[in-house]
Design a protein around this ligand. Structure first.
Ligand code: ZN
Length: 243
């Protein structure tokens, strides 16, 4: 079975809809979401509803947990905190209830799922090989999926070797049949690796390959929605740069 893995949608309806179309056109049988449905963007209700409809698996991210009140806003940047407060005011009760039922970690068969990292499912950004080593030491699954950093990347540790890792561009296909892996699909709704297109991962659970995907979407539309909602302008602008 092939699975489309997504993360960090961040209330970007335009990006999520385009990604769902691309996933539907692929041979993925299921959609797994690693969290952060809301925060930053202007369409929290639409994104939660699309996730409810399409995702077989859905984790909670730190922004989701901030909106439900499960974690405090003090650790968030100003823009993130303002967006979380705005989301609390506008989100429909049934969608808030859905977010309240989500957890930041899970497992599907032999695959470990975490919003952020196996060591800290809510907050840790795994962006260095040092942190990847510590996570690989901790993780019980040979293959783990993480989101949170908004950077599409992979880390691997082969038997007796140190971990290596790098950001992954569109079209990269990895053979993950051997070794311990941490894979990040990148972000659907707010990519931060310089490529503004929505980012996702096609995971083949039988063939044991991971293929990195990018999908064009209506960035101007998503930015206009952020401005119309009077959220911080920087949240609109960064979408154009993939930062
Ligand atoms: Zn995020």
């Amino acid at each position: 079975m092939k699975v489309a893995v997504i993360s960090d949608i961040h209330a970007n309806r335009q990006a999520f809809e385009a990604t769902l179309e691309a996933v539907a056109a692929s041979d993925a049988a299921e959609l797994w979401c690693l969290g952060d449905l809301v925060g930053y963007g202007a369409d929290p209700d639409a994104c939660v509803e699309l996730a409810r409809e399409h995702a077989a698996v859905c984790l909670a991210g730190n922004h989701d947990l901030a909106v439900t009140g499960e974690i405090p806003l003090d650790e968030f940047s100003r823009g993130a905190s303002l967006a979380a407060q705005w989301t609390r005011e506008v989100i429909a009760p049934k969608n808030l209830e859905f977010l309240s039922g989500l957890r930041p970690q899970g497992e599907e068969g032999a695959i470990g799922l975490y919003h952020a990292s196996p060591r800290d499912p809510v907050w840790e950004y795994v962006l260095s090989t040092l942190l990847a080593e510590l996570c690989l030491d901790r993780q019980v699954h040979r293959i783990c999926l993480v989101g949170h950093s908004h950077v599409a990347l992979s880390f691997v540790r082969q038997e007796g070797e140190l971990a290596t890792g790098e950001p992954r561009r569109e079209g990269t296909e990895l053979d993950i049949a051997a070794g311990e892996w941490l894979l990040n699909p990148g972000s659907v709704g707010q990519p931060r690796d310089g490529d503004p297109r929505a980012s996702w991962l096609l995971l083949d659970l039988d063939g044991l390959t991971a293929s990195f995907q990018r999908t064009d979407y209506d960035i101007a539309g998503a930015a206009a929605a952020i401005r119309a909602a009077r959220l911080p302008d920087s949240l609109a602008e960064r979408l154009e740069y993939g930062q």
